[in-house]
Design a protein around this ligand. Structure first.
Ligand SMILES: C[S@@+](CC[C@H](N)C(=O)[O-])C[C@H]1O[C@@H](n2cnc3c(N)ncnc32)[C@H](O)[C@@H]1O
Length: 304
């Protein structure tokens, strides 16, 4: 299955027309291509996954000169923009998380329905621990915390204990099999018992939530007045980070309510364009089931 860009219509409505846009999560290049087709003059597109970059480069050959494809994290978007001589941009897109292309390659270790090495690193060259390293070396408490915090897994403690008892792990199916034994699938369960643990490990391995928290203020800084930041997220933990960061950036005073006169001096730098997140309609969900959990929030930079 190739990756179909989610919420494409609203993304194009919010981010075009424009001269310079950053796509911080290039993936297979679906959003970048659509932005270029919509007339955006130049797009700087980043991804930390070499496999994604290779596929995107092939997909975007026809746009040479208008698209700048760079192997870099969206955490480094300011530096990458400056390298092109861009001190400010008109728009930024982040479509965070894993792509269906990555899930479709069992050798990347993201999928539990097919067997592959238990890896899950978006960038295997980044010198970070793989999911197998994490599972094989963590203390029970740390694993349980990862499962609670990043997977919202109510049985995190039980799973951590059971998983530790069968170490070491090398492959995705090996881990998924142990999880199925510890928490067997019950009638009526909507998701596979390994879903939350796999999500939690992926988030921990790639520091996805920390990275998202760090990038949002930087991205807002990089926008010109009137420029827009659009973020698509896929689960409640990510969406909460985006919602809170946008709320903070769009609020003037952030003093506690019992302070009679503002002492913080905080000034809103953006205006919220989406009071509620934009979600996919039924037609999009029927065409691309992955869009079911997507949420889009957008802010616009104020002239201050
Ligand atoms: C949901 S996909 C994006 C799909 C893309 N919008 C498209 O239309 O094909 C998310 C992408 O973000 C990449 N990614 C994850 N963390 C990243 C980071 N810190 N910096 C840059 N890219 C990242 C992943 O490798 C993956 O290719």
């Amino acid at each position: 299955m190739s990756h179909i860009p989610v919420l494409l219509q609203p993304i194009l409505e919010y981010l075009s027309p424009a001269d310079r846009v950053i796509d911080g999560t290039l993936g297979a290049g679906g959003h970048t291509r659509a932005l270029l087709d919509a007339g955006i003059a130049e797009v700087l597109s980043l991804d930390i996954d070499s496999m994604a970059l290779e596929i995107a480069r092939a997909n975007l050959q026809a746009y040479a000169g208008r698209v700048h494809i760079v192997h870099a994290s969206y955490w480094d978007m300011v530096e990458q923009a400056h390298r092109l001589g861009w001190s400010q941009v008109d728009g930024i897109l982040l479509d965070v998380g894993v792509s269906s292309m990555q899930l479709d390659h069992p050798e990347r270790g993201f999928a539990f329905m097919q067997d592959g090495p238990l890896d899950m690193r978006f960038n295997p060259d980044a010198g970070i621990l793989s999911a197998a390293d994490l599972v094989n070396t963590s203390e029970e408490d740390d694993l349980a915390n990862i499962f609670y915090k990043y997977g919202e897994e109510p049985q995190g403690r039980k799973l951590a204990r059971g998983i530790l008892a069968s170490r070491p792990y090398e492959t995705t199916r090996q881990l998924a099999g142990v999880i199925e034994k510890i928490t067997p699938r019950r009638k009526g369960d909507k998701i596979h018992p390994a879903t939350r643990v796999f999500q939690a490990l992926r988030i921990a391995v790639n520091d996805e939530l920390g990275g998202l928290e760090r990038v949002l203020p930087q991205a807002i800084n990089l926008l010109k007045p009137g420029g827009r930041l659009a973020v698509i997220s896929f689960h409640s933990l990510e969406d909460r980070i985006v919602k809170q960061a946008f709320k903070l950036a769009s609020t003037d005073c952030i003093c506690p309510p019992n302070v009679p006169v503002c002492v913080c001096g905080h000034k809103a730098s953006v205006q919220l364009l989406t009071r509620k997140p934009i979600i996919a309609d039924e037609i999009e969900i029927a065409h691309n089931p992955r869009s079911r959990s997507a949420k889009l929030r957008v802010v616009e930079k104020l002239a201050v």
